[in-house]
Design a protein around this ligand. Structure first.
Ligand code: TXA
Ligand code: MG
Length: 366
């Protein structure tokens, strides 16, 4: 496996490997993707193999120019309204963290879309990714470059840790800017549906289109109940899923994780009898309130074992919190804690996507 920083030469090398059916992990503005030529079924199959990804989970097709769109999608199958929405969305949000589900072009093999007649298309906002895609066949299918069900990678090193020599090359472009995956929306029907909340907020899309968007998601909205990874919520494979990224147990750290409301986490006491616990706060204010409570609780104890404490955004900024999410979960996962208690974040803007990932991180299949 070749591990190279972004240069013109390494980008060309990556494109060459892609054209020859190899796998190249590359940075996007959201997370690292594990890329294969979107027109090459054998190369695509390798993605599923190395990721241990179930066949029913379709891949996002990445393009690097609007002109490529008609080679990956069949726009003649869209009605006039949907085509209009597509052009407005593409003009406004591309390049950027929005994947749009469209009727697929016949040239895209079924394995890319897990047998669906639609494909999720995205134009990433990262110049190294754009150049490499442009120099390859122009369309690169890429899921997040992590093993199925585990945390998404925001650094090249995360990719290296998961795949060692199973892939041909990793293009190291440093830490990704947004740190959370793209929003996936379906515009093929009369009403636009959000299949996965992500780096483009529901509100900005609604404002642009002057329309109300539905979540196709069957995942419960964050509630003030504890979601414990040891209580499996349901069999994630049994439900009908519009977008298989909606599996409840997705993006999961190895450590058990519970999502707590603001009120619950402040009152959550760490117990020094237990193995080490970890606390993940949304903002500094909540952490401070929690620390005050702990001081009162532990005042008669000699030497309580300190838990690991992390904050997603000291000043409570959702954008910053989103970009730190996977990074911080990776860190917490590596610190040998027995349990992670994570604070639910405000339910607007990118908060929807963060809560969604936290809830998925809180349930694991058997
Ligand atoms: O930010 C991102 O989107 C990253 C970077 C690498 O671009 N990619 C990513 O891909 O997150 P992946 O494969 O991990 O997630 C793709 C999501 C899944 O939830 C999948 O089910 C959904 O997109 N998806 C893909 N094609 C679809 C389709 N035709 N219909 C419905 N959902 C689709
Ligand atoms: Mg993924």
């Amino acid at each position: 496996m070749i591990f190279l920083p972004v240069t013109q030469e390494s980008i060309e090398k990556g494109a060459h490997i892609l054209k020859n059916g190899g796998l190249v992990a590359f940075p996007t503005e959201t997370v690292y993707g594990l890329g294969a030529d979107a027109f090459n079924p054998l190369a695509l199959a390798k993605i599923f193999e190395v990721k241990n990804r179930p066949r029913f989970d379709p891949l996002i097709i990445h393009i690097a120019s609007i002109n490529m769109l008609e080679n990956v999608a069949d726009l003649s199958l869209l009605n006039e309204h949907s085509r209009y929405k597509l052009f407005i969305l593409a003009e406004h949000f591309w390049p950027g963290p929005l994947s749009i589900v469209l009727p697929k072009n016949k040239k895209i093999p079924g394995i890319a879309t897990a047998g669906l007649q639609t494909a999720a298309i995205r134009f990433p906002d990262n110049s190294a990714a754009q150049k490499m895609i442009f120099l390859s066949t122009g369309a690169v299918a890429a899921p997040s470059a992590n093993l199925f069900g585990s945390l998404s990678p925001t650094r090249a090193q995360h990719v290296r840790d998961s795949f060692t020599d199973k892939i041909d090359m990793i293009l190291d472009g440093g830490q990704t800017k947004i740190g959370i995956e793209s929003t996936v929306i379906d515009i093929t029907g009369d009403r636009i549906k959000i299949l996965r909340p992500g780096g483009t907020s529901k509100e900005t899309i609604e404002k642009l289109l002057n329309a109300h968007l539905d979540y196709a998601d069957k995942i419960p909205k964050p509630k003030t109940v504890i979601h414990d990874s040891r209580q499996v919520i349901s069999d994630p494979h049994s439900s009908i899923l519009n977008s298989p990224g909606q599996l409840k147990s997705h993006y999961a750290p190895k450590t058990a994780l519970s999502v707590l409301s603001h009120e619950e986490i402040i009152k959550k006491q760490f117990t020094d009898e237990d193995a080490k616990q970890a606390f993940l706060f949304f903002d500094g204010q909540t952490r401070d309130a929690w620390q005050k409570e702990q001081a009162a609780f532990n005042k008669n104890k000699e030497n309580p074992d300190a838990p690991v404490v992390k904050v997603l955004s000291e000043k409570g900024d959702l954008l910053e919190a989103a970009s730190n999410l996977f990074e911080t979960l990776h860190e917490l996962d590596a610190c040998d804690a027995s349990h992670i208690y994570a604070q639910e974040v405000p339910r607007h803007g990118l908060g929807e996507a963060i809560n969604d990932r936290l809830l998925r991180a809180s349930s694991k299949p058997d």
